[in-house]
Design a protein around this ligand. Structure first.
Ligand code: G3P
Ligand code: MG
Length: 240
C-alpha cells in the first residue's frame, strides 16, 4: 500500500505548503496529495478552499487575487500562524517534485468554481516538468475527470466521491477509462472493494488518520492511503 500525504504532511505542518510537502518527503511518504485552483490571472495555485480565510486569514476568494499576490500570502493559519510559509504556485510545487521521486495526486478543485481550462493548464505544467509518469489526477467533478481523460489518456485518473448517490461506481469508472476510485473512508465497504478488484479499478482512500481505519485499509489491501499523518501510516506498514 502506498502512503500519500494529504495536502502534504498536514497533520503537523500548514496544509498545501512547500513546508508540508518537504516534510512529507522527509517522512518517507510515497506521494503527495494536493489541491489546485486558478488565480485571477489564470495561473495555478495550490490551496484547498475557494475562500482564503481558513488557511490565510485574508478576505475573498482565490480568484480575486493574482498569482503574485497569492504567493506572497502566508498560509499558516491552520497551525496558529506559527510557520512562515506562503501559498505555493503549482509551478513551484512541480519544480520541487521534479527533484524527488514521489508521486503526486493532483486534485483539480472544480467543486464550486468554474475555472476554464484548468485541466489543460495543469497538464501543461506537468508536462513542462516531465512529471507525467509520477502523476495521478483526481476530481470530484465528473466533467473535469472526463476532460483529463481526453487530454491525458496515459495519466492515471481517479474519481473522488463523498456521497452515496451512485452505486456500483467501479463499473462506471471502468467505462470512463479511469484507473482509480478515491472514496472517503466512511463510504468504502466490502462490496465496493470486491467490485473494484473484479474490475481492475484501484482504490486510493482518504482521509485516514488513525490506527483502526488504517488496519481496515490493510485488510482490504487497497492501493493507497491518503493521510494527514503519513508517519503513522508508514509505521503501521513497518516502513518507518
Ligand atoms: O483527494 C482526497 C481529498 O483531498 C479529497 O477531499 O476536501 O480534502 O480535498 P479534500
Ligand atoms: Mg484534496
Amino acid at each position: 500500500m502506498k502512503v500519500f500525504a494529504h495536502r502534504g504532511f498536514s497533520g503537523k505542518y500548514p496544509e498545501n505548503t512547500m513546508l508540508a510537502f518537504q516534510k512529507a518527503l522527509e517522512a518517507g511518504a510515497d506521494g503527495i496529495e494536493l489541491d489546485v485552483h486558478e488565480s485571477k490571472d489564470g495561473k495555478l495555485v495550490v490551496i484547498h478552499d475557494e475562500l482564503l480565510a481558513r488557511t490565510t486569514g485574508k478576505d475573498g476568494t482565490v480568484s480575486d487575487y493574482t498569482l503574485q499576490e497569492l504567493t506572497s500570502i502566508r498560509a499558516s493559519m491552520t497551525m496558529d500562524d506559527l510557520f512562515d510559509t506562503k501559498i505555493p504556485s503549482f509551478e513551484e510545487y512541480c519544480d520541487f517534485a521534479a527533484g524527488n521521486r514521489m508521486i503526486t495526486n493532483v486534485e483539480i478543485k472544480t467543486n464550486l468554481c468554474w475555472y476554464p481550462d484548468i485541466e489543460k493548464r495543469t497538464f501543461d505544467m506537468v508536462k513542462a516538468f516531465h512529471l507525467e509518469d509520477r502523476i495521478i489526477f483526481s476530481s470530484f467533478n465528473w466533467l473535469s475527470v472526463i476532460r483529463l481523460r481526453q487530454l491525458a489518456p496515459d495519466i492515471p485518473c481517479g474519481l473522488l466521491y463523498e456521497g452515496h448517490g451512485v452505486r456500483h461506481l467501479a463499473f462506471q469508472a471502468k467505462e470512463l477509462g479511469l484507473r482509480y476510485l478515491h472514496p472517503g473512508f466512511s463510504l468504502l465497504d466490502d462490496e465496493t472493494v470486491a467490485e473494484c478488484k473484479a474490475s481492475g479499478i484501484g482504490l486510493n482512500v482518504w482521509t485516514v488518520n488513525d490506527e483502526q481505519k488504517m488496519s481496515r485499509l490493510m485488510e482490504w489491501d487497497v492501493d493507497s492511503v491518503i493521510s494527514n499523518v503519513p508517519d503513522l501510516c508508514l509505521k503501521m506498514l513497518d516502513r518507518s
